[in-house]
Design a protein around this ligand. Structure first.
Ligand code: C2E
Ligand code: MG
Ligand code: MG
Length: 693
């Protein structure tokens, strides 16, 4: 029998050269030759192994397999058996196990059967495989099972992988997604966003971009997502594909939108509120500073809206406000901001306005939109408004000034008779006091004796003698100096303060008149003419007040005239007629002030039957003297004569005007040509005199 010892040297060296641990085994399993690699792999020396049965290298758990291996092998001893697909290990000398691939081959030498057994260390490969499996599990956790929607896309934006969460978010199956680019299910406006993000990766060295984009769910609904996208790059830095993780922020967005809408809008009308306007105003202002151009601010206040609330209740008031807001919105430009500024005030911010003409056109558009009455709960309500208009440009100072100026202009519009707009004129606010602090200051003024009555003489034009004085209120403000009544009376009219002012005027004027005894025999004692505002005139306590003031100073009633404007007289005609009748019965005269500026029809004039008609200055001093305006003056004077009323011309400033009025036989007149309103002492010195004209 040929033993391994008989093998030629070349065989031994051949086995020695093999990279695998190899043994020559006889039919009983005894190893007759082992190479150094086998010794190395198992931790034995070659001598320790030679002569041993291979059993010593087989770990206990594989012992049972050995029988099967032998059987398979014995069925076809010429075949080569390789096991590399199982978890095979070899038992080392120190008891540890080493992971190996295993092969058996038959070898017949001179008719004797041998087996060549070899093992190859695969622990490195095994570890790599293990790592691959773990990586796969990690990936599954990180991608497939991730709660966040995730996709991988190639450089052409085609989806190469999508996880369950992404499919669920999109309402599509994987097969409906993979291989497609995202365009078909991206919200049309946002298609460019994805491309832009690609560009950034291709040209910049960034690792991640974040953006918000909108998708379309399969059912057509819009989905808003926050995307974070990173490129997967190879060692050279070349981008292979993109890893995209998304967050569905649709609901979050809706909630935020809802909250910010609530924070920035008025709940009743749905219009922008002050906070939003402030913001827009600041933006507009800085745009104008940067780019030039004009901005316009229109402050609209409903005329006598309080009356609606008082008469019909707040429910109707609210409905009317909403309806007004709706009309205004109808004529507002989309790019401008219409805001509910307060109770019945609206502010309109227009940018890119050509100039004051255009701003005034906008104002007229707003006013016209309120022309038609409002139908609310079966009621037909007329609701007019007044508007203050400001146009500003880069040279104008602060934004807060613009709002103040609009306010100043608004009150001028109100003062001029409401239902109209007024354009702010530069510097106007110096003459007009801030209305917010004004009512407060005015209250204090009454207590601090800052109010005084001044008296403007009224002359009989044929003789120039002083027949009376108009009492005009003055406010000597500690800081602002003389504040004219046109400024503060309208404010006082908005509260009960006007009643205090009215009482003061009556009291002072009657006391003054009681001291103007006619000193010269020929001349009658002068009368005093007191202006009353609507609230006072329609106040139920008026008659009692007049009577008690007259009594207190023992002034004959016929030395008092009460002035009311046409507007006041026409407010509640039935009531007006009753009050006029009561005053007349008492002996007090009534003068219709500012005649010609209101809208009283001739039939009303006859009905009211005032003792005196005061022709408004605008007829006495027309802006453009024309035949037309002259004829008007003539017509008014003759009208009054025909009705048997005394005609008084206001605002006579020139001799020519005086001459003309004399020609027309206008009885009375007042104006700067003779004297402005003067303090009591000065007025006293005019009593019983006549002017030299
Ligand atoms: P009004 O009753 O029409 O008073 C006449 C206004 O014309 C006064 O202005 C007077 O100073 C001014 N005036 C008189 N002559 C001339 C003139 O030749 N040229 C010009 N340009 N103006 C002249 P004032 O004092 O500023 O009063 C303005 C308005 O304020 C009054 O108009 C009246 O409606 C109201 N008012 C004044 N005092 C009182 C008051 O005690 N109570 C109430 N309710 N209103 C008052
Ligand atoms: Mg007057
Ligand atoms: Mg007047």
């Amino acid at each position: 029998m040929t033993t391994p010892d008989d093998l030629s040297i070349s065989w031994q060296s051949l086995l020695e050269a093999l990279p695998d641990g190899t043994a020559l085994i006889d039919v009983r399993g005894v190893m007759h030759y082992v190479n150094s690699e086998l010794a190395f792999l198992t931790g034995y020396t070659r001598d320790e192994l030679i002569g041993e049965n291979v059993q010593i290298l087989i770990p206990p758990k594989l012992k049972s397999m050995e029988g099967e291996a032998r059987r398979q092998y014995s069925l076809d001893p010429t075949s080569r058996l390789i096991w590399n697909d199982r978890d095979l290990t070899v038992l080392c000398k120190d008891g540890s196990e080493r992971s190996v691939d295993f092969a058996l081959s038959a070898l017949t030498l001179d008719g004797v059967h041998w087996t060549v057994g070899s093992i190859r260390d695969n622990s490195v490969q095994h570890a790599a495989e293990q790592a691959r499996i773990e990586a796969e599990q990690h990936f599954r956790l990180a991608f497939e099972d991730n709660m966040a929607p995730m996709v991988f896309t190639d450089l052409e934006d085609r989806i190469i992988a999508a996880n369950d969460a992404f499919c669920a978010m999109m309402g599509r199956t994987r097969s409906e997604l993979i291989g497609f680019d995202s365009k078909p299910f991206t919200y049309p406006d946002d298609v460019g966003i994805t491309e832009a993000s690609h560009e950034r990766f291709l040209h910049d060295e960034i690792r991640q971009v974040r953006y918000v984009k909108r998708y379309l769910h399969k059912d057509g609904r819009m989905i808003v997502v926050e995307v974070s996208k990173s490129p997967a790059r190879d060692k050279t830095g070349k981008t292979l594909y993109f890893i995209i993780s998304e967050r569905d922020i649709t609901e979050e967005r809706m909630l935020t939108a809802q909250l910010s809408h609530q924070a920035l809008h008025d709940p009743l009308t749905g219009l922008a509120n002050r906070a939003l306007l402030d913001d827009r105003l600041a933006q507009a202002h800085s745009r104008i500073l940067r780019q030039g151009g004009n901005g316009a601010l229109l402050l609209l206040d409903l005329d006598d809206f309080k009356g609606v609330n008082d008469t019909y209740g707040h429910l109707v008031g609210d409905q009317l406000l909403s309806a007004v807001a709706h009309r205004l919105e109808g004529v507002a430009r989309d790019t401008d901001t219409l805001c509910r500024f307060g109770g019945d005030e609206f502010l309109y911010l227009a940018e890119g306005v050509g100039g004051t003409d255009e701003a005034q056109l906008i104002a007229q558009r707003f006013l016209r939109s309120l022309d038609e009455p409002f139908l609310i709960g079966g009621l037909s309500l007329e609701q007019r408004a007044s508007l203050g208009v400001v146009v500003w440009d880069a040279h104008d100072a602060e934004v807060s000034d613009v709002v103040r100026d609009a306010d100043v202009a608004l009150y001028e519009a109100k003062r001029l008779g409401k239902g109209r707009h007024f354009l702010y004129v530069s510097g106007m606010h110096h003459n007009v006091v801030n209305r917010f602090s004004l009512v407060q200051e005015l209250r204090q003024a009454v207590a601090a004796n800052e109010l005084a009555m001044h008296y403007q003489p009224i002359l009989r034009l044929s003789t120039n003698e002083v027949v009376g004085f108009e009492a005009l209120m003055r406010w000597h403000h500690s800081e602002r100096g003389w504040v004219p009544p046109g400024v503060f009376i309208p404010f006082a009219e908005q509260s009960d303060l006007i009643l205090d002012l009215g009482a003061f005027a009556l009291h002072e004027s009657i006391r003054a008149a009681s001291e103007w005894g006619g000193s010269k025999e020929l001349l009658a004692e002068p009368y005093v003419s007191v202006n009353l505002s609507a609230r006072q005139f329609h106040d139920p306590g008026l008659l009692a007040l007049v009577r008690s003031e007259l009594d207190a100073c023992s002034l004959p009633a016929d030395r008092l005239i009460i002035e009311i404007t046409e507007g006041v007289a026409l407010m509640e005609v039935a009531d007006t007629l009753k009050t006029i009748e009561q005053l007349t019965n008492l002996g007090v005269g009534v003068a219709l002030d500012d005649f010609g500026t209101g809208f009283s029809s001739l039939s009303y004039l006859a009905l009211l039957n005032p003792m005196i008609i005061k022709i408004d200055q605008s007829f006495v001093r027309p802006v453009t003297a024309s035949i037309h305006s002259d004829r008007l003056l003539e017509a008014i004077v003759s009208l009054g004569h025909n009705l048997g009323m005394t005609m008084l011309a206001e605002g006579i400033e020139t001799r020519a005007q005086l001459e003309r009025l004399r020609d027309l036989h206008c009885s009375l007149g007042q104006g700067f040509l003779f004297s402005p309103a003067v303090p009591f002492d000065e007025a006293l010195s005019m009593v019983g005199t006549s002017f030299d004209f």
